[in-house]
Design a protein around this ligand. Structure first.
Ligand code: IMP
Ligand code: MG
Length: 422
């Protein structure tokens, strides 16, 4: 397998966790390179459901190595909880996990600021996961962040933390939020440090040694293209580069070592949180929710749903350099008789092929649809492409054609076996 970046081609929740788990079979090392515990990657193995937030999905496969790269922001207490939760369920977490010493920390003041800023925005809120992701990346860029290499040194950490607490308590108070107890935070974080210390290392050096010895890397993107801080629907985005380039900066692996970019997309569109979503549709939202589908893995929020948006996926194919695509959740459309696909936007009387940068303009866009006949048959038992109803095959081929990349995987359910390779 070529070193592969897996990127979400929509607004996150494309089913990346499941596809990563499927592909991990062929990889040696799974790498997370951006985002934090705002992510929720769901994997179902033998009827058991696992939701991972910070740890790469490869952890569930024996003899695979998982790396949390420098570009990730880590809430150490949450990470310890995730490690313990996996261990309780019999999943080994030890030498198979490496954590970058350069990864930035998420601290309680980041969460407090995230919540308070959202509340102050009122109707204009982003709809964040309130995990402190934006403020943590903000500190990183402002050069006032604390990193894993600080955390594992109690003396350094306690000094740096005290300075940060002092400043953040002034800010929090001025925003009308209660001040935080620095001593309690120090205690919790030092306890987490004791658990995490054995995992912390220079992962750049590790990954380069691994590359030299011919190991194959799989980059597990979190969130999706339209939540990218540069290429997404700003300001309704997350605070990292969720597109393919982020895998390189967030891991220290150079671009020319990447052999393939796989874009993951749902057979329809979803978004959780605020911001424009041109092909949003109440009918399909209600239908999917009635099936018990499309509730957030991290926050439990109902996701907004819409028809497949080829304007978006075409743009995603461009920005990420998508070579191959995986289409997930095809089974979600099994009972829909007439399926719409957005092929262009109408903006102020003009037809456009690419999403406008200005969120106001994007919010004014109305979708131009084509309609395809549904297959009205269950697809979840299909194991080969030829098992799918002809109309389902036509549908996914149409989506791949409109996106402009080769279709290589179709997913028709959460289980590993419900994955068709083309
Ligand atoms: P934040 O990343 O918590 O700051 O949230 C910013 C935006 O990204 C919000 O609209 C969130 O709902 C969205 N978001 C963050 N992480 C995910 C994810 O893993 N899946 C889907 N949406 C996400
Ligand atoms: Mg998710």
């Amino acid at each position: 397998m070529p070193n592969t970046i897996l990127a979400g081609a929509q607004w996150g929740d494309e089913g990346k966790g499941k596809i990563i788990d499927f592909l991990t079979d062929e990889a040696d090392i799974v790498v997370r390179s951006q985002g934090g515990n705002n992510a929720g990657h769901t994997i179902v193995i033998g009827g058991e459901k696992y939701v991972l937030h910070l740890i790469p999905s490869g952890i569930l496969r024996k003899s695979k190595i998982c790396v949390i790269g420098n570009g990730v922001v880590i809430d150490p207490v949450s990470l310890v909880g995730e490690i313990e939760g996996l261990r309780k369920r019999g999943v080994a977490v030890g030498k198979n996990l490496l954590i970058s010493d350069a990864a930035h920390l998420v601290l309680p003041y980041h969460r407090a600021l995230d919540g308070r800023r959202e509340a102050l925005k009122g109707k204009g809120k982003i709809g964040t996961t309130k995990r402190g992701i934006g403020p943590a990346y903000g500190d990183k860029v402002a050069r006032i962040g604390l990193r894993m290499c600080d955390l594992v040194d109690p003396e350094v950490f306690s000094k740096k933390l005290a300075i940060r607490i002092r400043e953040n308590n002034i800010v929090l108070k001025s925003l009308g939020a209660p001040a935080l107890n620095g001593k309690a935070i120090l205690k919790d974080y030092l306890a987490a440090a004791d658990v995490l210390r054995p995992f912390v290392t220079n992962t750049v050096v590790y990954l380069h040694k691994a590359l030299k010895s011919g190991k194959q890397l799989l980059f597990e993107g979190a969130q999706g293209t339209f939540l990218d801080i540069d290429h997404g629907t700003y300001p309704y985005v997350t605070s990292s580069n969720t597109t393919a380039g982020g895998a390189c900066t967030g891991s220290g692996v150079p671009p020319h070592r990447v052999g393939r970019v796989l874009g993951v997309m749902k057979a329809y569109t979803t978004r959780v949180g605020e911001g424009p979503l041109p092909s949003e549709d109440k009918g399909i939202t209600d239908a999917l929710h009635a099936m018990g589908r499309e509730f957030g893995a991290t926050t439990g929020r109902p996701r907004r749903c819409g028809w497949f948006d080829a304007v978006a996926t075409r743009y995603a194919a461009m920005v990420n350099g998508i070579d191959e695509i995986a289409i997930t959740n095809l089974d979600g459309l099994d009972a829909v008789s007439a399926i719409r696909v957005c092929i262009a936007y109408q903006l102020d009387g003009k037809k456009i092929e690419f999403p406008p940068t200005d969120p106001g303009a994007l919010a004014r866009c109305t979708p131009v649809y084509i309609e395809l006949p549904g297959w009205n048959k269950p697809t979840d038992k299909a194991r080969k492409f030829s098992d799918l109803p002809p109309r389902a095959r036509d549908y996914v081929n149409k989506l791949a054609g409109l996106t402009g990349a080769k279709l290589t995987i179709v997913s028709i359910g959460p289980a590993r076996a419900q994955t068709i390779r083309l």
